[in-house]
Design a protein around this ligand. Structure first.
Ligand SMILES: C[S@@+](CC[C@H](N)C(=O)[O-])C[C@H]1O[C@@H](n2cnc3c(N)ncnc32)[C@H](O)[C@@H]1O
Length: 203
């Protein structure tokens, strides 16, 4: 079963399942969104829209996800919040937007699942305007060898089976390869990272 089928199945219960983690992750989602620059914003892997309540009304948001069931829930949430937002079914590995379309791209807890993360990061780079900002809030391999072996490694198989999620991804290293990193904030020993990354002005 693909990640799309897995997320489609749990979309309706996603908020409920994640509730125990909200006190840890929602303040970080709010902080991530506070770093948005400019009006034209893309959120990739928006899921059921857990970041939406943090967006300002001045933003023209375009939100994509590969799972229609999740996207529909997010769309309803945005309508209730009165956001200026559009929703599109799309894969972050193949974004349906021209080059240099957005001032900011937001990704929150997405790259642990994207099948080809390098392709996804390159697509974000492509659709960002030169000098545009990418905001990644991602769960990643820890800085602590002990945590990696004792906590994340044992979670690898169950998370793969349930969500196609890899808790040992090194998204931070991938981002460093393509962007100028302005800030990399490590939380819970690097299990979660907030990364602000700037698209270089040239090349
Ligand atoms: C863990 S959820 C996070 C959802 C939301 N961003 C949040 O912060 O709660 C991961 C989301 O990324 C989406 N996703 C994963 N890989 C994707 C891809 N290649 N293209 C588009 N969406 C993807 C999944 O469908 C899912 O909705």
């Amino acid at each position: 079963m693909s990640f799309k089928e897995k997320y489609a199945r749990i979309s309706r219960y996603y908020e409920l399942l994640e509730r125990p983690l909200d006190r840890f992750f929602c303040p970080l989602r709010k902080k991530a969104v506070s770093f948005i620059e400019g009006r034209r914003v893309l959120e990739v892997g928006v899921g059921v829209g857990k970041t939406l309540r943090y967006y300002g009304r001045n933003v023209e948001l375009c939100a994509v996800d590969a799972v229609p069931e999740a996207l529909e829930i997010a769309r309803k949430k945005a309508r209730k919040l009165g956001l200026n937002a559009c929703f599109q079914l799309a894969d972050v590995e193949n974004l349906p937007f021209p080059d240099e379309s957005f001032d900011t791209v937001v990704s929150s807890f997405v790259f642990c699942t994207v099948p080809d993360p390098e392709k996804g990061v390159r697509e974000i780079l492509r659709v960002l305007k030169p000098g545009g900002r990418a905001i990644f809030l991602e769960h990643t391999k820890s800085d602590s060898i002990l945590l990696n072996y004792l906590v994340l490694l044992p979670l690898k198989v169950p998370l793969k089976v349930i969500l196609d999620d890899d808790p040992l991804r090194e998204t931070h290293r991938l981002v460093r390869r393509y962007f100028d990193v302005e800030l990399e904030e490590s939380h819970y020993n690097g299990i979660v990272r907030l990364i602000l990354a700037r698209k270089p002005l040239q090349g």
